[in-house]
Write a protein that binds this ligand. Sequence first.
Ligand code: MG
Length: 310
Amino acid sequence: MNNRDRLKGMMVGLAVGDALGAPVEFMEPGSFEPVSGYRSGGPHGLLPGYWTDDTSMALCSAVSLHECGEFNPADQIDRFLRWFRKGYLSSTGRCFDIGRRTLEALVRYERTGEVYAGEESYDSAGNGALMRLAPVIIYALQHAQDPQTLAREHGRLTHADPRCIESNAVFARLLSVVLEGVDKSRLLERLASWSSEISDVEVAQVVAGSYRDKVPPAIRASGYVVASLEAALWAFYRSDNFAEGALMAVNLGHDSDTIGAIFGQLAGAFYGIEAIPTEWRDGLYQYDAIVELTDAIIDGVTIDLPPGWK
Ligand SMILES: [Mg+2]
């Protein structure tokens, strides 16, 4: 497998995990027919293969990188705001799913013009920045920039809590190592070896391997960034391929779409795009356009974007 397959797998995996999880978002595990593929419905009444805010925000970042040719924080958050206010890059044409921290940050940005609009609050630390990292990692790696630094900057646009920032940075570091093509046990050993460098005790415990011995309900798909990272790592560690792990992730219910998107970035990069089941690639809303945009960012070239994407 070449690097391009992994980079594309990371971006498409994000959207596929989001689309698989969307129909069971906010549901209690066990209260729904287990997810085995795309289906319609859920709290947003989406069609099968349609994605939510996770993919919309990742696409905002990806289009920004494509249009600006660099990480431009003001352009990034401008596109997030367009999504929030006008439904830009939404699968339905409107913003129907937004996290609390993201909402607060975008309103703050709109009012003050402050680009790094995330608040350094300690009472909640959501997963809304971790879910949208893939395009930034692809750009960083293709332009010899430090993925961890860009992941922190990208996170601070909406989520400046230290737990969010550290989760973003360590996930960026993990994705960078995945793209080197190491095997799973060595990869997770590398991850564990970084735990002593992490300030937040809970993030450090997850990185050290808390996900190895736990099972649901101790593994929970909450919107808390540390729990989300743990749940995605649990599904990755306990499965042998993209499909198996993705279904484990989304069948946790609750914040299923975002756990799917976090898992999907990691597993998509690890197994590569070809390992994502064909029906999940073909059935993904705007699959071709997502792949073409990802290729353009990998190659650093400009392409004609679909109507409304600019
Ligand atoms: Mg979502």
